[in-house]
Design a protein around this ligand. Structure first.
Ligand SMILES: [Zn+2]
Ligand SMILES: [Zn+2]
Length: 664
């Protein structure tokens, strides 16, 4: 045993009390109570003692120095345990950054500094704003603190002592935090070397376990204390951190790429769409952007037709009575756009809502005419225009909007048909994703929550059906216990894009509730009335967001079948103007979206301009091409050009521009 500082409570008979520690491989070891993870690591091997950064007691992440007072399952955490190590590294760096700031500017007040995705932030009260040079200075100081390998220690204090301490050190925000800790919860103090902070922990063993070359301070932003605008404005410094320099470099590269591929920037460069103040979160599609939209919509329509869906169209403005019946008025009211209208001869205004989702309208179509078991499964699809109120702060280009069009469909079926419908859906979804340039996707399976409707028998059946369908495509699906909707279990489908970002797009949800609420039924084989199950499903999610994802995934360089302008015929000399028009007509006749550029500009200027606009094929024509009946084809991103006959060029481009589902 190495750690003499740990108190070892003795058993009442005076002999040392023993605890049994069970390791992950099932092996057990016995130690005197009060033994720590550090002691056990040292007992196992020297290398483990060095590598251990924290411990898990019965699955709970704690300090390596936390005494073990009863029998536990013990796991020793090292840098190899990615999520735990990242959490610890980011958390410790938050403390180390705050210490660095106070070493440089002792009068700065500290507040809180939580771990966030990829890093952390810490809020400081300082009059002067932090500059870029300040961030560099803080980073350098942080590296000094890491190099010191200062031990991290912890103690539990009583409330009065903690408040006195922060009164003495002049940290008013910490006093507020201490006062807010509920009675009965420990007030835990941590030290990184001399520097102290209030914290729940856990932490690394010493500052040297934080990687000096795998973090970076990114930016400063204003933030109100406790997010309340009546409180003082603080300065929030954001940092990112990983376990290794390689992981940090990869992340920084991804951020650069994401910026280069930003769909709002590319949307401007290619004049695909714009948004403006008069319609926040709604898209004004320009001709080229709408061409992409139509190509994608036509593709989806063909795929749904082929998969046995029937397309419908339902109203956008619907009386609140239907939303009351569906439950949306009660649960979703603050997200709905309301349209009141004074009907002729009516006493009161009629209150309508713009539909935030299509489901209740689809049940109305289902309910028209008595359905029998022979009609099931009935797959009703709609490219449904929906509106949802989103706060202005949460909107982001095409990715988060208020007006959008879902590739929505609802399958009405019997309980026994869920599995086959789910399998059919996943097959369609994977084929669509492949066609749209995404080789793989992840599945998340969300199971029954505590509060739910429907019998356990039907949940058993539906969960088994969804899980079997998921397992048929991958063993590697993620399970999110208890995260299903109250009305049924669901599968979510996440794409990975060209720079490794994940996007949740597809969804498949079983619903036992809405058919009940809206009175959907069918006549069974034995001539009885029964409720169908309703399956909500989408592949793209919304056209708007999915086009945003496509723009970023392809960095604006769409495959030919989706490109708004597929070919531009550019003249080298004005002698070839008529020939250029002839070539353009031939390309159009072959089904291509082509146009002529006969401006009196140098060919290099034209090529540069069309390349910036991501036109996939530029066909240069001059006197020689005209005389020989050829074109010089330059492909976007490729060096050089290839001269071929007009006929061959038109044929090759038309073949390439054929949507994937129509290729032979
Ligand atoms: Zn902490
Ligand atoms: Zn739905």
């Amino acid at each position: 045993m190495s750690d003499a500082s740990v108190a070892r409570p003795e058993a009442e008979d005076g002999g040392a009390r023993q605890v049994t520690v069970t390791l992950p491989d099932g092996a057990t070891r016995t130690y005197p109570a009060g033994v720590t993870g550090a002691d056990v690591a040292a007992d196992i091997s020297k290398s483990l003692a060095k590598a251990a950064i924290a411990a898990k007691h019965d699955g709970r992440l704690v300090d390596l120095t936390r005494p073990i007072e009863r029998d536990v399952e013990l796991a020793l955490v090292t840098m190899r345990d990615k999520p735990e190590a990242e959490e610890l590294v980011r958390h410790d760096l938050a403390h180390i950054m705050a210490r660095a700031v106070q070493e440089i500017w002792p009068d700065v007040k500290v507040t809180i500094g939580p771990v966030i995705e990829n890093g952390w932030y810490y809020d400081f009260d300082r009059k002067e704003p932090f500059s870029t040079e300040d961030l560099e200075r803080i980073e350098a100081k942080m590296r000094e603190i890491v190099a010191l390998k200062d031990p991290v220690t912890t103690e539990v204090w009583d409330r009065d002592a903690a408040i006195r301490h922060y009164e003495e050190t002049g940290e008013p925000y910490k006093i507020e935090l201490v006062q807010a800790i509920p009675a009965g919860e420990p007030i835990r103090m941590y030290w990184h070397g001399w520097w102290q902070d209030l914290c729940r922990g856990p932490h690394l063993v010493h500052t040297g376990q934080a990687p000096a070359d795998a973090f970076k301070l990114m930016s400063v932003a204003g933030a109100y204390w406790r997010g309340d605008s009546r409180n003082p404005m603080l300065q929030r410094i954001y940092g990112v951190a990983f376990r290794t320099k390689k992981e940090l470099d990869d992340h920084l590269h991804m951020l650069e790429e994401a910026q280069r591929r930003d769909h709002r920037k590319i949307g401007r460069e290619m004049s695909l769409f714009h948004m403006q103040e008069e319609a926040p979160g709604m898209v004004f599609w320009h001709p080229d952007g709408w061409t992409v939209y139509r190509a994608l919509e036509a593709y989806m329509r063909r795929r749904l037709d082929a998969a046995g869906y029937r397309e419908i169209r339902t109203p956008q403005v619907v009386d609140r009575k239907l939303w009351e019946a569906s439950g949306h008025w009660e649960k979703y009211r603050e997200n709905m756009f309301i349209a009141e209208v004074q009907e002729e001869h009516a006493q009161e205004k009629r209150v309508n809502a713009l539909k935030p989702m299509n489901c209740p309208c689809h049940v109305q179509v289902y309910n028209h005419g008595l359905k029998s078991y022979r009609d099931l499964p009935l797959r009703l699809a709609e490219f449904g225009s929906c509106h949802r109120y989103e706060s202005s702060g949460s909107m982001h280009g095409l990715m988060r909007v208020r007006g959008f069009t879902q590739d929505d469909a609802h399958i009405f079926c019997t309980e026994d048909q869920i599995e086959q419908e789910c399998a059919g859906f996943i097959a369609l979804l994977s084929s669509v994703y492949r066609d749209l340039g995404f080789a793989s996707f992840d599945i998340k399976f969300s199971t029954r929550p505590e509060v739910r409707i429907g019998s356990d028998a039907i949940w058993d059946k539906a969960e088994a059906a969804l899980e079997a369908a998921a397992r048929a495509v991958t063993e590697d699906y993620e399970v999110d216990p208890g995260e299903g909707a109250f009305y049924g279990p669901k599968l979510d489908f996440k794409l990975t894009d060209a720079i490794g970002r994940e996007w949740q797009c597809g969804t498949f949800q079983a619903d036992f509730n809405l058919p009940e609420r809206l009175g959907a039924e069918y006549v069974t084989e034995s001539d009885e009335r029964a409720r169908p199950v309703m399956l909500h499903r989408a592949i793209l999610g919304s056209f708007e967001r999915f086009i945003g994802i496509l723009i970023e995934n392809y960095a604006g360089r769409f495959p030919l079948w989706l490109a708004p302008r597929q070919a531009v015929v550019a003249t080298i000399t004005s002698d070839a103007d008529d020939y250029a028009r002839e070539v353009t007509e031939a390309l159009k006749a072959a089904g291509l979206r082509a146009e002529a550029d006969v401006r009196n500009e140098k060919i290099n200027y034209k090529v540069r301009e069309h390349s910036v606009a991501h036109v996939p094929a530029i066909l240069a024509v001059g006197r020689r091409e005209m005389e020989e009946g050829t074109v010089a084809v330059r492909r976007l991103g490729a060096k050089g050009q290839e001269t071929m006959s007009l006929e061959a060029a038109a044929k090759a481009l038309a073949e390439e521009a054929t949507p994937p589902d129509l290729k032979g």
